[in-house]
Design a protein around this ligand. Structure first.
Ligand code: 5GP
Ligand code: ZN
Length: 116
């Protein structure tokens, strides 16, 4: 699998070919605002490298996951968020619509459980 897939929306967002409202980026990770927010704060954390979903992660991706969760911790601390939810959908059945690994970070309202 190539690191960059030209037909992938989030590869193109990571590359800056499609604009996004970025709140954090480094060599590995980009965090940007969801275009259709489901909470007052709704961010998406992605790797620059194309990985279709969490089902495609391997033992070699530990550093990548640490970078993703480190970036999310950084933005939540910066925004002073204490309670938030991190979600990743795997497969269309679970609600995944963009097939490039992303973590939703939702905050700013009460979160019910279980999710629908
Ligand atoms: P999924 O449904 O795959 O778990 O999440 C995909 C998310 O990407 C959705 O919440 C959707 O609103 C968001 N999204 C889709 N297209 C764009 C876009 O062009 N820009 C941004 N910022 N978010 C997008
Ligand atoms: Zn991609």
């Amino acid at each position: 699998m190539a690191d960059y897939e030209p037909d992938c929306l989030f590869c193109r967002i990571a590359a800056g070919e499609i604009p996004s409202d970025r709140v954090f980026e480094d060599d590995t990770v980009v965090v940007f605002r969801d275009i259709n927010p489901k909470a007052p704060t709704h961010l998406l954390a992605i790797s620059r490298r194309h990985i279709p979903s969490a089902a495609n992660l391997t033992d070699a991706d530990g550093d990548l996951l640490a970078a993703l969760f480190g970036a999310m911790r950084h933005v939540t601390e910066e925004a002073g968020l204490r309670g938030y939810r991190i979600v990743t959908n795997v497969g269309a059945e679970a609600g995944q619509s963009v097939f490039h690994l992303h973590f939703h970070l939702l905050a700013g309202r009460h979160m019910s459980w279980p999710p629908g």
